[in-house]
Design a protein around this ligand. Structure first.
Ligand SMILES: Cc1ncc(COP(=O)(O)O)c(C=O)c1O
Length: 975
């Protein structure tokens, strides 16, 4: 019976469900109203109308498809996934099938405790991932035979480019003078290097005046090249063809020329081959993808670099080191952190900021899971597969080009390569067609006997695998057999059972503070919701298991998703064309600046090399400009935090003829909507320059304003901020570059996948190893846009602005808020100034950041962009209760500072300077002038939900003075 008192809801409405935007945006309507009242506005529109200058505001709504429900979008994703075809991936070139142990797949890759963490700048609450990264570093150092490894780079190609830059910095040859022909010297690359690596090297070399010379070095360095000032040499080991060569003679010869030698090495091969270090190499680079990280159509994976001792302080990217805490107990931290965090601006040695932490954790855990014997067994199996194939092919009269190989063969089939590759494809296997006569075949951990038979059949051979195996010997050169031990540390032996592994992963995750525990209010980092629906497709095999160089017809679902996301982002930003290739914001910056450079050159403006950058800019901006061959000229910041327009106009005038580009962050790095941005853009254009808007802060603009329409020519976005890709503890990221039409011909291309570039032959060469960079995580951002629709995206931005202003208003009576824009409003973040407090009481930014840990929070961004301040970005995803919990904690801390100021607590012994407090600290004698209760359960902290930091405050300087960057021996943990 129908109850007439219950209103009847139409079916269509019942089917619509709760819009996803309501799940993504933390505060509900009632909370929003409360916050608006606190800030003094009647509606979100009223607030953002007041905050965002008229001159930049978009009149029209974004032209995006309407929001869909989670169920609908998952169904769409399933349909796209169904249009990808997963074949046995025997293409090689640095990407291999791998079996991700499910305990790692679910325990790390699909676990928000790992993927929602931030970069471990607050080491006391990051001990779990720091330990995982030190495992990674130890694994890389052991296998490469070089003592110091970094904590991950973006991919193999860019790691090689970083090695080139490092070689140039440290080589005697480069210091001794310029190379021949007016270049800055020659970087010599062996012809048997992965083609994408050589292409990335080319992109990175040209603007800095380095000449990349590619030559066959199998018989040594030709004399005519040796004479040209070679500062560095890169050798692939094993080569792209699969050949395994003894590199010792060429390394010796290169050293004789004063060159630094880099070996790009396959880590699995190194379990059975002499290490690059033992061969004499100075640097080893590569990828750790095949250590359990899905190919994902190109990424994300962790690149690596390991170096000889004397280069440790020159390493690009992050380095985890061992130090001690306030009790003298062992603790991990980012070593040489100041150097890394500031990226040394125009004196930068690299622009790497976001790297590939989550994937490095996975690769390190793969080594923990298998241990040295397990890895060697996989390597021997993979090698046997290759040997069995070689035997079967030779028996059928097919020439195998190299005698010595590890996992990859090159087979010579004159004039028949295309036919063989097509036959293999029909049988479900992708091979590599090197040219008309040569076919490359790479075996991996996922190769099967059925796969081998299919390959043999494609060549017209039939064979019994069992018989071939019995007849097959080793094809690894005896002189290169590995004798050096590796992975001897107990961590690589202790967790062999799944129970043991599960608990190890859980134990490390429990030490860390990630978004699954509470708010991470990091200014300039946008730590917002990474929704589960967005994350789900990433590990579906149809997205995860595609080789980046698989033929386009097998990747139709991916290509549709990629084109769709490019179009969505073009619409959101107001630009005409987007490239998703850059795999971090820094790489997007480089790609954008290279496009500007190419545009000026195409117009004959070769002298336009000056890049104007405000002093408040993120360090990567200046570093990228230098890498793009530009000269950085710094523009001052006014008292109000805005770009100093008078100084800017003066610098434009001064460099009128040389002006290439102005690089400016909008909203500003100070979290303010500057209202003169359109005038600034016009002034730069008037002088013949281009405008680069750093779009890392796009979370304040989506749906409200579009940089491509308010005067800018180019931007990069950080999808790992605004578009919900999780931070992964310091990566992965995606940094698409978006341009106006006149710059579109100069977007990055790719030698193995023309469809990834502008297709006009004018592209600038790849900035990442894979055609679409970290394609495997693009479904996250695509899903976010589909779930939110135009209205949801705009509402998210408006809420982000409201939340920042709410926090600013709540904290203002207790801490001065630096900088505001129109109407006294901030944008999506605010800076609170602690300098007066520090001056008055001695309580530092560090003390407050560490005290926040006792209150159960991750600190805001410290001392960026202004030293002695905290920059808070609450994002739209935090609900009012969490925002209030944070504000209450900050206010309670302010009251604690007052107790220090009044002398109630001595300056040298109070809960602030002693923070954070561990559970262990409660156990012994308690001789502080405050109670245990005040130490660990200050106002608002529930005993039941308490987050306990595993270590006390870490002594950073100690760790830098005593640089130790691999797993400490077990007795180091003894009391
Ligand atoms: C304003 C700004 N620009 C550029 C970057 C660099 O991005 P990525 O770390 O992805 O290289 C960041 C990173 O935090 C940033 O905040």
């Amino acid at each position: 019976m129908t109850d007439p008192t219950v209103p009847r809801i139409p079916l269509a409405e019942l089917e619509a469900g709760v819009p996803f935007a309501r799940r993504h945006i933390g505060p509900d309507a009632a909370e929003q109203a409360k916050m608006l009242a606190h800030v003094g506005y009647g509606s979100l529109d009223e607030l953002t109308d007041a905050a965002v200058p008229d001159s930049i505001r978009s009149a029209a709504a974004l032209a995006l498809p309407p929001a869909r429900t989670e169920a609908e979008v998952l169904a769409e994703l399933r349909a796209l996934a169904g249009r990808n075809q997963v074949l046995a991936p025997m293409i090689g070139l640095g990407y291999y099938g791998t079996f991700t142990p499910p305990v790692i797949l679910r325990g790390v890759m699909e676990n928000p405790a790992w993927y929602t963490a931030y970069t471990p700048y607050q080491p006391e609450i990051s001990q779990g991932r720091l330990e995982a990264l030190i495992n990674f570093q130890t694994m890389v150092a052991d296998l490469t035979g070089l003592p110091t490894s970094g904590a991950s780079l973006l991919d193999e190609g860019t790691a090689a480019a970083e090695a080139m830059a490092l070689s140039r910095r440290v080589s005697k040859r480069a210091k001794g003078g310029k190379g021949a022909k007016g270049t800055e010297g020659v970087f010599l690359v062996d012809a048997d290097t992965f083609p994408q690596t050589t292409a990335v090297l080319g992109t990175r070399a040209e603007p800095t005046g380095v000449e990349v010379v590619v030559a066959d070095l199998s018989d040594g360095i030709p004399a005519e090249i040796a004479e040209r000032g070679v500062f560095g040499v890169l050798l692939q080991y094993p080569g792209a063809s699969g050949a395994v060569r003894d590199l010792r003679p060429v390394i010796e010869q290169a050293h004789g020329l004063g060159a630094v030698v880099t070996v790009a090495a396959d880590l699995l091969a190194l379990t059975v081959l002499t290490s690059p270090g033992a061969l004499g190499a100075d640097i080893a680079v590569g990828t750790t993808q095949r250590f359990g990280v899905p190919m994902g159509f190109g990424g994300p994976h962790a690149g690596y670099m390991a170096v000889r001792d004397s280069y440790a302080r020159n390493l690009p990217g992050r380095l985890v080191g061992v130090s001690v805490d306030a009790d003298g107990d062992l603790a991990y931290r980012l070593a040489l952190q100041t150097r890394e965090q500031h990226i040394r601006r125009e004196k930068a040695t690299s622009n790497i900021c976001t790297a590939q932490v989550l994937l490095a954790v996975m690769a390190g855990m793969y080594a923990v899971y298998h241990g040295p014997e397990g890895l060697e067994r996989i390597a021997r199996r993979v090698h046997r597969y290759a040997a069995v194939l070689a035997e079967g092919l030779r028996a059928a009269g097919v020439e195998i080009v190299h005698e010595a190989y590890f996992d990859t063969l090159t087979a010579r089939v004159p004039g028949r390569a295309a036919e063989v590759v097509a036959a293999a494809r029909d049988a479900g296997v992708n091979l590599r067609q090197t040219n008309a006569d040569l076919v490359g075949i790479a075996c991996d951990e996922t190769t099967t006997r059925a796969g081998l038979s299919a390959v043999l059949a494609a060549f017209g051979a039939t064979a019994d695998i069992e018989e071939l195996d019995a007849a097959t010997g080793e094809a690894l050169p005896a002189a290169l057999a590995r004798t050096e031990p590796y992975l001897t540390h107990p961590v690589f032996h202790r967790h062999r059972s799944e129970t043991g592994m599960l608990r190890y992963l859980r134990r490390l995750a429990d030490r860390d503070y990630a978004l699954d525990r509470g708010m991470i209010p990091l200014g300039s980092c946008t730590m917002k919701l990474n929704a589960t629906t967005e994350m789900e497709p990433v590990t579906w095999p149809e997205f995860a298991a595609l080789h980046p160089f698989a033929p386009a017809e097998q990747a139709q679902g991916y290509l549709e998703l990629i084109r769709g996301l490019e179009e969505q982002l073009a619409e959101v930003t107001g630009y005409d064309k987007v490239s998703l290739q850059p795999n971090a914001g820094s790489q997007g910056e480089l790609a954008g600046l290279l496009a500007v450079r190419a545009y000026h050159r195409a117009n004959g403006d070769t002298g336009r090399t000056v890049c104007l950058i405000p002093s408040s800019a993120h360090g990567t901006n200046a570093a990228s400009a230098v890498m793009a061959g530009m000269k950085v000229v710094v523009v001052g910041t006014g008292q109000d935090g805005d770009v100093d327009v008078d100084d800017l106009r003066a610098k434009i005038e001064q460099h009128r003829e040389q002006l290439a580009v102005l690089m400016v962050t909008y909203p500003s790095t100070h979290g303010v909507f500057e209202d003169n941005i359109t005038d600034i853009c016009a002034a730069v254009h008037d002088a013949g320059g281009q405008v680069y808007v750093d779009g890392a802060n796009l979370n304040a603009l989506v749906g409200l304003a579009r940089p491509g329409r308010f005067g800018a020519d180019v931007s990069h976005l950080n999808l790992h901020k605004t578009f919900c890709i999780p931070h992964g503890g310091g990566g992965p990221g995606v940094g698409p570059v978006a341009v106006r039409a006149h710059l579109a011909p100069y977007l990055p291309g790719h030698p193995l996948q023309p469809a990834a570039g502008p297709g006009t032959g004018t592209g600038v060469g790849p900035v990442s190893a894979a055609p679409w960079g970290s394609a495997g995580i693009l479904p996250i951002s695509w899903t976010y846009v589909r779930l939110m629709g135009a209205d949801g995206l705009k509402a998210a931005t408006q809420q982000a602005v409201l939340s920042a202003n709410y926090v600013a208003r709540r904290l203002e009576p207790h801490y001065p808020v630096l900088y505001a824009g129109p109407g006294g409003l901030v944008a999506h973040e605010c800076i609170i100034d602690l300098r007066p407090l520090t001056k008055e009481t001695g309580v530092s930014v560090d003390d407050i950041a560490k005290r926040l840990i006792d209150y159960g929070f991750h600190a805001p961004t410290m001392s960026f962009p202004v030293a002695g301040t905290l920059m808070i970005e609450p994002t739209e995803s935090e609900d009012l209760a969490e925002l209030d919990r944070f504000c209450d904690a900050m206010i309670a801390i302010r009251a604690e500072v007052d107790k220090v100021a009044s002398g109630q607590w001595p300056a040298g012994d109070n809960p602030l300077v002693n923070a954070p407090h561990t559970a262990a600290a409660l156990g012994g004698e308690w001789e502080h002038p405050y109670s245990r209760q005040e130490a660990v359960f200050p106002a608002g902290v529930s005993a039941a939900d308490k987050y306990w930091p595993p270590v006390r405050r870490i002594d950073g300087a100690y760790g830098d003075r005593n640089l130790v960057c691999s797993c400490p021996p077990p007795d180091a943990y003894d009391d």
